[in-house]
Ligand binder design. Structure first.
Ligand SMILES: CC(C)(COP(=O)(O)OP(=O)(O)OC[C@H]1O[C@@H](n2cnc3c(N)ncnc32)[C@H](O)[C@@H]1OP(=O)(O)O)[C@@H](O)C(=O)NCCC(=O)NCCS
Length: 139
């Protein structure tokens, strides 16, 4: 399994089957065009079998922090260290870019994700509560 950066629309499309929802062409184009948006693929025999996405966040008093946005490994390739390698590569890139840290959110009952973050040096689970705002689309 090779971990590679996906930087073009075509490369990112190879991970479509790993995403929660079908790809939205406009969102994909915006993701590729936008600075600080990263997506890594785990590739096995020419096929994408895992991915991780991350976004750079900057604040005036803190500098740059990376947010791990999504992480997913194909059902048939789980428990083989693929997610661990993806997160380790995000960490390497974040350090290289000068970030002071990174963070991720996951569900309380997502044991696989929590084990992955613990085993890659993440400190947690941290206490906290999340609020969100969902905007219904007009279409
Ligand atoms: C979570 C997920 C990415 C883990 O991928 P993976 O490639 O199987 O993980 P790894 O093989 O790299 O395992 C990393 C560590 O987590 C542990 N782990 C992975 N899945 C686990 C599970 N279901 N239950 C318990 N431990 C688990 C591994 O044993 C390993 O621990 P170790 O390093 O202490 O030995 C994968 O299960 C997945 O895609 N789930 C659905 C999507 C998801 O929930 N993504 C996270 C959103 S925040």
């Amino acid at each position: 399994v090779e971990i590679v950066r996906a930087e073009t629309i075509g490369e990112i499309r190879t991970a479509a089957h790993l995403f929660d929802n079908p790809i939205d062409d406009d969102a994909l184009a915006a993701f590729v065009a936008r600075e600080g948006h990263h997506l890594l693929l785990a590739v096995y025999e020419g096929r994408s079998i895992g991915f991780v996405s991350a976004v750079e966040l900057v604040h005036p008093d803190k500098g740059m922090e990376w947010f791990i946005y999504e992480l997913g490994v194909d059902d048939g390739f789980r428990r083989r260290g693929v997610a661990k390698r993806l997160v380790e590569e995000v960490e390497r890139l974040a350090r290289e870019a000068g970030a002071y840290g990174m963070f991720v959110l996951t569900d309380l009952d997502n044991e696989g994700a929590q084990r992955t973050y613990l085993s890659t040096g993440g400190e947690g689970p941290q206490p906290g509560v999340l609020f969100d705002w969902r905007f219904a689309s007009d279409g």
